[in-house]
Design a protein around this ligand. Sequence first.
Ligand SMILES: [Zn+2]
Length: 299
Amino acid sequence: MKFGVFLYQPEPVEGVDYNFYRIKPESGTVGKPNPKMYTNIACFGDNALAAKRPEWISTSANGPAFRTNKKFNLRWDVLCMTNPEVREYNLKLIEDCARVTPGISISSQHFAEHAFCTCPRCVELWRKSGLNWVDWRAKTANEFLAEVRERVVNKPLFVNCLPDPLLGKERFGYDFDAMAEYTDYFVIPMFSKAYPTPWYWETIARGYKSYLKKPMFVNFYVRGPGETWETVATTKQILTVATRAARTGVDGIIFLAEKAQWIQEFQKNAVADKETREFLKDHGGDEVLELVNRWESLF
Ligand SMILES: [Zn+2]
C-alpha cells in the first residue's frame, strides 16, 4: 500500500510515497509547479474563471452551477465542460505541468451534477450525437479524459472521482470502465471535518474497490485551508478511518492538508497516540500502523 499527501502549498513532506501539490485548486488560483511534487489540477471547478467569465458557467433547468445555487451541493463554481476555451486552458496547464513534474492528478474533470449541462452548445452536441442523455455525458467526460491522457506522456495520471460509487455515471458522467483505459490510478476524496462513523467511509471504499479496473486510492481530510485544529477531525478519528479503509483492499491512502506543517503536526500526533495505535492492531489495516511506525524516525 502506498501513502501520499495532498497539499495547497508547494513544499513537500517526508515519510510518504507521493507529494501532490494543488497548483490549481477549485478556487482557480494558479501556482508554480514544483518538480519534486506531483501536480493536481482542478479542471472545470474554477471560482476565479467563473468570476471572470460568468457566461461560461454550466447551466441546468434548476439554474446555473454557481455555489450560490442551493438546489445542488456545489462546493465551487463549475464551468461548462464542452467550452473549448476552458478545455484548452486546462489541457495546456496539464501539459506544461506534466513536462516538469513527476505526474498529474486531475479533479472536477466531470459534469457538475445530474442536471448539467443544458447550455445551447451542450444540447446541440447531445442532439447531434444520437445518444441518450446519460451516455452522451459519459462520452463527453471520457473524451476530455482521453485528451488529458495525450498530454501526460510517460507519467502517471491520477483521476479523482467524487465518493458516489452508485450513481457516478448519472450524476457526473463517470464511465469507470472506459475511464480505466486512460487513468493509471483512481483517487476517491473522502473529505469530512469529522470521521466519527468509519463504517460509511469503509463501505464507499469497498464499493469502489469492487469494480474499479485500476488501482484506487482514498483521500482523507486532515486540515484544509481556513481550518483550525478545533474545526477538523481528531488524529484518533483519522487513524481509525484510514485503518478501516485499508482493510477494504484499497491501494493507497492520501491525506489532505493546507501545508506541510499541518501534516508534520498530524504525523507527530499520530506517533504520540500509542493507545489508538495499539487498539487498531488486528483490524486488518496494519499497513497504516506500519506507516506510523516509520514516522517515528522523522522527529
Ligand atoms: Zn454546456
